[in-house]
Design a protein around this ligand. Structure first.
Ligand code: RB5
Length: 165
């Protein structure tokens, strides 16, 4: 499993602290930002979402002020299933039931210890769809994929590719 992390300026310092706190357990690939300067969150969210969507064996963490902007953008990418996390129940169930692959967390409303707990739960919980008792969850996530295939025009990928840092 590969782990990606990224933030805008609002999540920048939290990203650095979180990487240090979880250093022994997880090695994150840091997709930016790499210096503390004001950055538009859509550019960051799209980069991480494309990366995670392209690699089924990966999970991503996005940090901004609230988590909301990152999640809105990330969910434009087919194959990305982003969730705003501020509660441990959602951290667990979004993995078990929805196979969420991107956790978006608000640096301005979430204490560090909570962020650590949310991220740890998210990364350590498996999708139940791979088990016999979770077949209904697998079916539902497959329905999401079918919706993407039906409604997302191929042109969306050209649009995504035009977005540069
Ligand atoms: C930046 O000020 C802030 O708007 C951004 O980090 C995020 O919270 C957007 O959803």
């Amino acid at each position: 499993m590969k782990y990606y992390i990224a933030s805008d300026h609002a999540g920048f310092h939290l990203k650095n602290r979180l990487r240090i706190t979880l250093k022994k357990k997880y090695e994150f690939v840091d997709l930016g930002i790499h210096i503390a300067e004001r950055t538009d969150y859509p550019k960051i969210a799209i980069k991480l979402a494309k990366t995670v969507a392209a690699d089924k064996n990966s999970l991503g963490i996005l940090l901004c002020g609230t988590g909301v902007g990152m999640a809105i953008v990330a969910n434009k990418v087919p194959g990305a299933r982003a969730v705003v996390l501020n509660d441990g129940f959602i951290a667990k169930l979004s993995r078990q039931h929805n196979n969420a692959n991107i956790a978006c967390i608000g640096a301005r409303n979430t204490p560090d210890q909570t962020v650590k707990d949310l991220v740890t739960t998210f990364l350590e919980t498996d999708f139940l769809g791979h088990k016999k008792e979770g077949e209904r969850h697998k079916k539902r996530v497959e329905q999401i994929k079918k919706i993407e295939e039906k409604h997302f025009d191929k042109k969306i990928f050209n649009w995504i590719d035009r977005i540069k840092d």
